[in-house]
Ligand binder design. Structure first.
Ligand code: ZN
Length: 102
């Protein structure tokens, strides 16, 4: 009786979407830059669409500038998470400042 080896799960060539904060499968490829058409990035369906939309906008920029835009995108999304984290902390019942009750 031979033990089953991982076949479908955990394939080494399994790609993950490159969009920041997205953990979906990267099923769709996109060229990294105009002069690097054999160097691909991988995205899920939602983000490949987003990437393609941005392609024209980014056409005049180099790879570093594109990266900067993508990073800025990530930073903008962060405060939302921090705010919601704070909201749940302030609801702690052991808080010294007793919350107002009706
Ligand atoms: Zn994605």
């Amino acid at each position: 009786m031979s033990p089953l080896t991982a076949t479908d799960a955990g394939r080494p060539d399994q790609r993950v979407c490159e969009a920041p904060g997205c953990g979906l499968c990267g099923e769709f490829r996109a060229p990294r830059a105009r002069d690097r058409l054999t160097d691909y990035r991988w995205f899920c369906l939602e983000h490949i669409r987003e990437y393609n939309k941005k392609w024209d906008y980014f056409a005049g920029l180099d790879a570093d500038q594109i990266e900067a835009h993508i990073r800025a995108d990530t930073i903008w999304r962060r405060p939302v998470r921090i705010a919601s984290l704070r909201a749940s902390t302030s609801r702690s019942p052991t808080s010294r400042a007793a919350p107002r009750r009706r």
